[in-house]
Design a protein around this ligand. Structure first.
Ligand SMILES: [Fe+2]
Length: 367
């Protein structure tokens, strides 16, 4: 058979997807985390993998989906949270803009699956299926073997259970709750994701009417996390918008690294933090490093991190900022505090062993 005869759409998809294959899975497995540090990998959107010296691996908001893949009827559901927010009816052109850097089905072990909230870009049925079907285990505080827990706010737990995750595998957290796993402690904190407040259970003409209702269920819908690790305390704000209460979290906890959901909001939207919000969040949290995330994933919310950089340099001396921003790349590793002084990430460039083997070129001064 010729090459042309062998090629099908299916084998093209299988040989190119996920784009990074198991490259990152292997990198994470092989990473030896040094005492007093914590290693993190950005999985895209707000997806994060944490690995500690004590061999604790947790994921937050690991998600394996995408956005629009067809123009369809060009319409958005009447009760979609963005339709609720601004009264738009035309389809949102949110196409996934980053590659899949991790293969959820090739994950060999994890100690907990965490979600900050239940929106589609923050939870994965594929990953949940793999964790359940592969019988993944971890150990509890006393060293006893237990099935890997799924940890999230009430609405996330409801979604996991709807997908078929057994109820006894799920742990519902509310602000103030704390869970210890190996050498980390996870503290659930208040979320400020007001997009969750305008998210209704039913989407369609029978959507719940929100007008005039005072919502009181934020803690059931979303949480932020403080993850205490041997390498420092990491603050994951999920999809929180800016809130004055970041300042309270900054007073209650020592925060080393803070992740904030950044994006260029289309006109009519207030969903992601702006550059100013990211700096205000970092200042309020009194963190040492602030890392913008989420701006990578949706074509219609993509934003330039240089905007944060320009404003940071404008304001840092006058306001006495004690933090700096770090600009990351999806699929990249960040080790804290080892990489504390880094300001921007570049993927490994390779060719470290140049000239260690003989060249094969016409003459030495050719290039
Ligand atoms: Fe999101």
């Amino acid at each position: 058979m010729s090459k042309i005869d062998e090629i099908t759409r299916e084998n093209w998809i299988m040989s190119t997807f996920p784009e990074w294959g198991t490259w990152l899975n292997e990198e994470i497995e092989n990473e030896e985390v040094k005492p007093g540090t914590v290693a993190m990998w950005w999985l895209g959107c707000t997806g994060m993998w944490f690995k500690t010296p004590g061999g604790c691996n947790i994921t937050v908001d690991l998600w394996c989906g995408n956005g629009k893949r067809s123009h369809g009827d060009g319409k958005m559901k009447v009760g979609h949270q963005m339709a609720n927010m601004c009264g738009a009816r035309a389809m949102q052109p949110n196409l996934r803009a980053v590659p899949f850097v991790i293969d959820p089905f090739a994950i060999k072990g994890v100690d907990a699956v965490l979600a900050t909230h239940y929106h589609q870009d923050h939870m994965s049925a594929e990953y949940a299926a793999h964790v359940i079907k592969s019988g993944m285990m971890t150990t509890d505080e006393n060293g006893k073997e237990i099935p890997v827990p799924f940890i999230g706010p009430k609405k996330s737990v409801e979604l996991w259970e709807k997908w078929g995750v057994p109820a006894d595998r799920c742990i519902t957290v509310r602000p103030g709750d704390s869970i210890k796993i190996k050498d980390i402690e996870i503290i659930a904190l208040d979320s400020f994701d007001r997009t969750c407040i305008v998210t209704t259970d039913s989407q369609g003409e029978d959507r719940e009417e929100l007008t005039g209702k005072c919502p009181t269920d934020m803690d059931d819908k979303a949480v932020n996390y403080l993850i205490k690790t041997p390498g420092g305390n990491i603050y994951h704000s999920g999809d929180s918008h800016y809130s004055i209460y970041f300042a309270k979290h900054g007073k209650d906890y020592d925060i080393d690294v803070a992740f904030g959901s950044y994006g260029e909001n289309p006109v009519g939207m207030q969903d992601k933090m702006t550059s100013v919000d990211i700096l205000r969040m970092a200042e309020a949290l009194r963190c040492k490093v602030v890392v913008p995330i989420h701006y990578d994933v949706w074509t219609n919310f993509m934003a330039d991190v240089n905007e944060i950089n320009v404003l940071y340099h404008m304001k840092k001396d006058r306001l006495g900022y004690e933090f700096h921003p770090f600009f990351w790349e999806v699929g990249g590793k960040y080790v804290y505090p080892t990489d504390k002084e880094k300001r921007a990430y570049h993927h490994r460039r390779g060719f470290e062993d140049c000239f260690e083997a003989p060249q094969n070129i016409p003459f030495r001064s050719l290039l």
